[in-house]
Ligand binder design. Structure first.
Ligand SMILES: [Zn+2]
Length: 288
């Protein structure tokens, strides 16, 4: 199996696919990043090819036809693993039949009930969040997040063997209480969801907590020798793992009062304290 040193030196390559919403970046022979560059969230989902099955990490905003894109890249059956229950990470879950999620009341609720159309529109499917046009076969009035069936509920420290790839589940709350990172121990890659990325970590959301976020970074630090690269679920894919000590130090500075915040408001009207560290930032609840 190719190891990740190869990944670090690799130049990711844009590849042409037939789609009017998603972009595809080929990171290596076995790994693709599928992104939504015209959505405000800049969501990234990853398609990882095993020997006879492919793993799809998250399913995006539910705007374009993700399944059609995946089928242009592989004919293997797909296992979806969601990093957490924010709607921009499971928008196309209903297109897939094999789904694994972290076991939490929020994920149980979403899988049984889906999300209301109003909530989905407010959070993701509205004009202000998208650079037009919408994809051809997307009709905003009909958009929905229907219930979906989960085939395996994951717990912290679970080991998954999917095809020839071995993963470890790491529960990492702080941005969302049900957030997990997926450590690919075969390729030495950490799929880091929303907690390690270029840009802000949104701990000001309902269920977010900077103290828990810091504990999650410490949990990841204990396994820092087991991976070489980080694959975030937003913004630029494929990051150096030096993001982890950077985020850990930043979260400590937020908690100790060493860092000074600026108050701001996000596009959904939620106020936050923003702690800026250049490449990264942390948003916490305002008032604290
Ligand atoms: Zn997200």
């Amino acid at each position: 199996m190719t190891n990740a040193h190869h990944l670090q030196n690799n130049k990711p390559q844009d590849i042409a696919i037939n789609d009017d919403w998603f972009d595809v970046l080929k990171i290596s022979d076995y790994l693709f990043a599928i992104s939504e560059p015209r959505h405000y969230e800049h969501t990234v989902v990853y398609l990882l090819l095993g020997s006879d099955r492919a793993i799809l990490i998250d399913t995006g905003c539910g705007i374009g036809n993700l399944r059609r894109v995946v089928e242009q890249l592989t004919s293997f059956p797909i296992t979806v693993v969601n990093t957490h229950t924010h709607l921009d990470h499971l928008g196309s879950n209903h297109q897939f039949s094999e789904i694994m999620m972290f076991d939490h009341p929020r994920s149980r609720d979403l899988s049984s009930n889906g999300a209301s159309r109003d909530l989905l529109h407010w959070e993701l499917h509205r004009e202000e969040l998208v650079i037009p046009p919408w994809p051809r076969d997307f009709h905003i009035a009909e958009s929905a997040l229907p219930p979906f069936k989960v085939s395996r509920w994951l717990k912290h420290d679970d080991v998954l063997e999917i095809a020839d790839i071995r993963f470890r589940v790491l529960h990492t709350p702080g941005e969302a209480p049900d957030h997990m990172c997926l450590l690919d121990q075969t390729h030495r890659i950490l799929f880091s969801g929303d907690i390690l990325l270029n840009g802000p970590v949104w701990s000001h959301l309902d269920g977010g907590d900077v103290g828990e976020l810091r504990d999650s970074y410490e949990r990841l630090m204990r396994r820092v020798n087991e991976f070489d690269v980080v694959m975030p679920s937003h913004n630029t894919p494929c990051q150096n793992k030096d993001l982890l000590p950077l985020e850990l130090a930043a979260s400590n500075d937020v908690l100790s009062g060493k860092a000074q915040p600026q108050v701001g408001t996000d596009l959904w009207g939620r106020r936050y304290n923003k702690y800026d560290f250049g490449r990264i930032s942390i948003l916490s609840k305002y008032p604290q």
